[in-house]
Design a binder for this molecule. Structure first.
Ligand code: ZN
Length: 126
């Protein structure tokens, strides 16, 4: 069993975080269908998770690469599970902040608290 050192991420602190009270939590976003990890995400403030802002997606690199060239809603791909291709999120603009996000498909994800690691070390099952 090999232990891969994961970088620990720290919160992005900006006007969006301030607007939500200044507190944040990392979540691993998993596909509800196959439980594969879709993203590591920084959720600002309290409350439910309805959308994933592009600027709060921390991992994985493959997803960051996909959204790094996005400039508007039209150039955004759907967010799909790379493992089972389930539809997770649909491009949207959060008008109040003119901010691009994926609107989560209801019931498509489960979220799990993270301390800022993309892959938590849990003793390993593989
Ligand atoms: Zn899946």
């Amino acid at each position: 069993m090999s232990k891969i050192k994961q970088p620990k991420h720290s919160f992005r602190r900006d006007k969006y975080l301030s607007a939500r009270g200044g507190s944040a939590q990392f979540y691993l976003i998993r596909c509800a269908k196959c439980r594969e990890i879709v993203a590591l995400y920084q959720k600002d403030g309290q409350g439910r998770l309805f959308r994933l802002y592009l600027d709060r997606i921390v991992e994985p690199k493959s997803l960051l690469d996909k959204i790094s060239t996005v400039r508007d809603k039209k150039s955004m791909p759907n967010l799909v599970c790379e493992s089972c291709q389930a539809l997770i999120g649909i491009p949207m603009v959060y008008e109040r902040e003119n901010r691009l996000a994926f609107r989560l498909v209801h019931g498509s994800i489960v979220r799990e608290k993270s301390r800022g690691f993309f892959l938590e070390d849990r003793g390993g099952s593989e």
